[in-house]
Design a protein around this ligand. Structure first.
Ligand SMILES: CC(=O)N[C@H](C=O)[C@@H](O)[C@H](O)[C@H](O)CO
Ligand SMILES: CC(=O)C(=O)O
Length: 320
């Protein structure tokens, strides 16, 4: 088997699904969005139809079309396009996995089913294996996000022996703050064959120390450049500088979390920073308030994340 193929590494943006004011998918801006990520944020891999992409709120045909558009627009521009194909129905998930393979995606990812929940590791692996088998030539990633799925099976437990069950298993996206669990995933990964991608953007530096091989997150859409600077400082072993970048990122995320932060707010922030209209979210999510957007904008300016005059709290050179 052709595994492992090119390793998924560095920053991976969890893409937003742009929508029109009337709630349809705005396919027309996806090409511009790809160019923005590559040129303005230095981000060359994407994770489509996940949490940030409202994947579970889209119809199957929308999910297929969104995946196709990202693969098409990303051709010769992006390194990797991973499609999240998780669904409550195994059949739907398999259908999406097969589709991802047909359109030439670089990998698939799956969250744990979250209505009827797997009670143990074996049950969850059985589900994941059936999905992975529908796309036997594609790298498979498990998307661990217990806060949203309610499935608390530890990632290190799941990882143990997983390649015997799922030959295409290539890694996981770890969206949890339990660094003991994450560390034990890294510790098990002796041959470094898996991509262990961290998914809590405001804590990425701690995960890098622990051995993360990359990161998937919503904020890399608009803080990719800043986060790349942190990764570079980390590579050079300039830890004080790396920490200052992390603090700078934290100041923003901490601020918006206090205002109430989720996918709706991510859409509003990305619209502000990129100038590409992301539109409203789909119900059950509700559009970010004007007040949120105004506050976020002021904070972005004060941190120098938006190129406009203002107080420069984010001036790293002045600190350290
Ligand atoms: C729950 C959620 O959406 N997590 C995202 C990725 O998994 C993160 O990228 C967060 O949006 C980010 O860390 C900000 O809290
Ligand atoms: C953050 C992430 O990976 C997602 O939106 O699915």
């Amino acid at each position: 088997m052709a595994f492992p193929k090119k390793k998924l590494r560095g920053l991976v943006a969890a893409t937003i699904t742009p929508m029109t004011e009337t709630g349809e998918i705005n396919f027309a801006v996806i090409g511009r969005y790809v160019d923005y990520l590559v040129k303005e944020q230095g981000v060359k891999s994407i994770f489509v139809n996940g949490t940030t992409g409202e994947g579970l709120s889209l119809s199957l045909s929308e999910r297929r079309r969104v995946a196709e558009e990202w693969v098409t627009q990303g051709r010769n521009k992006l390194d990797q396009v991973v499609i999240h194909v998780g669904a409550l129905s195994l059949k739907e998930s398999q259908e999406l996995a097969q589709h991802a393979a047909e359109i030439g995606a670089d990998g698939i990812a799956v969250i744990a089913p979250f209505f009827f929940k797997s009670q143990n590791k074996d049950a969850l692996i059985s589900f994941l294996r059936e999905v992975a088998a529908a796309a036997p030539a594609l790298p498979f990633y498990y998307y661990h996000i217990p806060s949203l799925t309610g499935v608390k099976i530890r990632a290190e437990e799941l990882l143990d022996g997983i390649q015997d069950k799922i030959p295409t298993f290539q890694g996981l996206k770890f969206s949890d703050t339990d660094l003991l669990d994450f560390g034990q995933c890294v510790d098990q990964n002796h041959q470094r064959q898996f991509a262990l991608l961290f998914g809590v953007d405001e804590q990425l530096l701690s995960a890098l120390i622990m051995g993360a091989t990359g990161a998937v997150g919503s904020t890399y859409n608009y803080l990719g450049k800043k986060t790349n600077q942190m990764l570079e400082a980390f590579e050079r072993q300039e830890f004080t500088t790396a920490r200052n970048y992390q603090f700078c990122i934290q100041r923003f995320i901490n601020y918006v979390i206090k205002l109430g932060f989720g996918v709706s707010q991510t859409k509003a922030i990305m619209t502000l920073v990129s100038g590409i209209p992301m539109g409203p979210p789909r119900l059950p999510l509700q559009k970010a308030t004007k007040e949120f957007t105004a506050n976020a904008e002021a904070k972005l300016k004060s941190l120098d994340f938006l190129p406009l005059p203002g107080l420069k709290e984010g001036n790293l050179e002045a600190r350290s």
